[in-house]
Design a binder for this molecule. Structure first.
Ligand code: TNX
Length: 515
């Protein structure tokens, strides 16, 4: 009887109690430090205002926050600026350049009975703080239409900053072409999880996707095809600039890739003079790799590369140019390293930093170069040696970070050459120690590539991205001591609600306890 009475009393208490706010620690990626204060819970009132430091980049973040919260809440949430913003029944975004402990991307988020205060030394830090704030609201905040809900936030303080400066994802727009709108939506997904680089694989055997004025047939001819006879397409410079600006407004840097010397069939179809035999190959719509290459013995090839990279550099504000370098099976030994060294010099001459797949490793170093490691076995002495000679590393292990690998044998799209990657496999590795002989100080971060041989729609992209992208994002952002599969799995589960509310496709991975 006593037990029954207690159960009834508990049930009554549950009914009477206001909906418990989200827990302060339930954030992906896991924050560096979380100090909950249940006495500080706060509910967003309909009259709330957003006050921001008078700085254009900060006001832009405040407008983004307002745009995130208005549809679901239906509240007006006006944005105002102030020299010293204070949150009294509102949200304050405070730029404080004395907040040096937070670094270039960190932030502090305080929820008290007076409202919310996000502090950072940079607009990027405030932007990341806003992504955390978004996750602290009930999942219905993602609804595009008004919802009746108590917009309660858990009280306390989060102090947060990333483990690695480079956190990225790659989209292959060459095998299948994706409209600008689709790419912008991918940018939104990156921003949610505090990724700060979008690598665009712009060229491959099946299609050339970026306009180059001095070599116009690259797009008019080379851009016409795609895998399996799907429609081709390409980005004008205005399209590319739109992607770059949209990403920049979300504190994401675009890393453009022109894959050289292999993966170039589409360029050879357009300009046979670049081919080793000077004969135009047939357009290629299959999915094999390693058969094509630009002629490394012809100076004209380097004029071509200088023109392409020069025009691309001119519309790319970020520091990086990715020159590919993978799977050039027919360009071997010194011919390959000589080619790479010459292209590296072209990039350096443009004032950009070289990024390339780790096959670049045997080529002599150029200052600051970054290798993107996509191996499946962390024993890689050639890459480790290149790192000893000064290269830095982005780690993208094929068997953990490749978003085009299937989740399970019955996944309808994707590949399995690097194995199956379920969410745990995507999560359970450490970018800092993964490649033998490479110290964590040489690792600038992680990237999750999505190759699109089998991917033909935005829904396909989202299905492969979610929920694995948040796993890779957490490896890039969160301190290693927060790493915990069981905790991650539980925090991730709530995001299913959010993606459903926002109309985002995802894979209902069986190992996640979706609500
Ligand atoms: C290997 S990873 C490739 C790509 C393919 C991918 C398919 C890399 C640098 N090259 O050309 O699309 O496998 O998973």
């Amino acid at each position: 009887v006593a037990t029954l009475a207690r159960t009834a009393e508990q049930a009554a208490r549950t009914l009477l109690a206001p909906a418990a706010p989200h827990r302060l620690a339930d954030v992906v990626p896991a924050p560096r430090q979380v100090q909950p204060d249940p006495a500080g819970d706060w509910t967003l009132p309909a009259e709330a205002v957003i006050v921001a430091s008078s700085d254009p980049a900060v006001l832009a973040v405040a407008e983004q926050l307002a745009a995130l919260l208005r549809p679901a809440t239906g509240y007006p949430l006006p944005v105002t600026d102030a020299a010293a913003p204070a949150a009294v029944d509102g949200i304050a975004l405070v730029l404080d350049d004395t907040a040096a402990d937070l670094g270039a991307e960190g932030y502090r988020l305080e929820v008290t009975t007076n409202g919310v205060r996000v502090t950072a030394g940079t607009a990027a830090g405030l932007f990341h703080g806003v992504q955390t704030l978004r996750q602290l609201f009930p999942a219905a905040v993602e609804s595009p239409t008004p919802v009746t809900e108590r917009w309660a936030l858990p009280g306390g303080t989060i102090t947060d900053a990333p483990r690695f400066p480079y956190r990225g994802a790659m989209l292959d727009v060459a095998r299948h072409f994706f409209a600008v709108e689709d790419v912008l939506r991918v940018v939104d997904h990156l921003a949610r999880y505090k990724l700060n680089h979008l690598h665009l694989h712009l060229t491959d055997d099946q299609g050339w996707r970026i306009a180059v004025d001095s070599w116009p047939k690259l797009t008019t001819v080379g851009g016409a095809t795609a895998v399996g006879g799907s429609p081709g397409g390409f980005y004008t410079k205005a399209d590319y600039t739109r992607i770059v600006s949209y990403a920049a407004a979300r504190h994401i840097t675009v890393v453009p890739e022109i894959d050289l010397p292999g993966h170039t069939n589409s360029a050879l179809v357009a300009y046979p003079e670049l081919a080793p035999d000077k004969i135009a190959p047939q357009p290629y719509t299959g999915t094999e790799v390693g058969f094509s290459y630009v002629d490394p013995a012809d100076d004209r090839t380097y004029d071509f590369i200088a023109d392409v990279l020069g025009e691309l550099a001119a519309i790319t504000p970020g520091p990086w140019l990715h020159i590919g370098g993978d799977e050039a099976f027919k360009v071997k030994g010194e011919v390959y390293t000589g080619f790479v060294e010459r292209v590296q010099r072209i990039v350096a001459g443009l004032g950009k930093t070289v990024v390339g797949w780790h096959q670049l490793a045997p080529a002599a170093p150029v200052d600051g170069r970054v290798l993107q490691w996509w191996g499946t076995d962390g024993e890689d002495p050639t890459t480790a040696e290149a790192v000893r000679q000064g290269a830095r590393l982005i780690v993208s292990p094929g068997n953990h970070a490749y978003l085009d690998m299937k989740y399970a044998a019955d996944t309808p799209i994707g590949h399995d050459w690097a194995g199956l990657i379920d969410v745990r496999k995507a999560y359970d590795w450490d970018p800092g120690t993964h490649v033998a002989g490479v110290p964590s100080t040489a690792v600038i971060g992680v990237e999750a590539p999505l190759w699109t041989e089998s991917v033909t729609s935005l829904a396909d992209i989202e299905f492969l991205l979610l929920p694995r992208l948040p796993a890779i994002a957490e490896l890039g952002w969160s301190p290693r001591d927060t790493h915990d599969w069981a905790g991650f799995r539980d925090r991730l589960a709530d995001h299913g609600h959010r993606w459903d509310a926002a109309g985002i496709t995802f894979h209902r991975a069986p190992e996640i306890p979706w609500p």
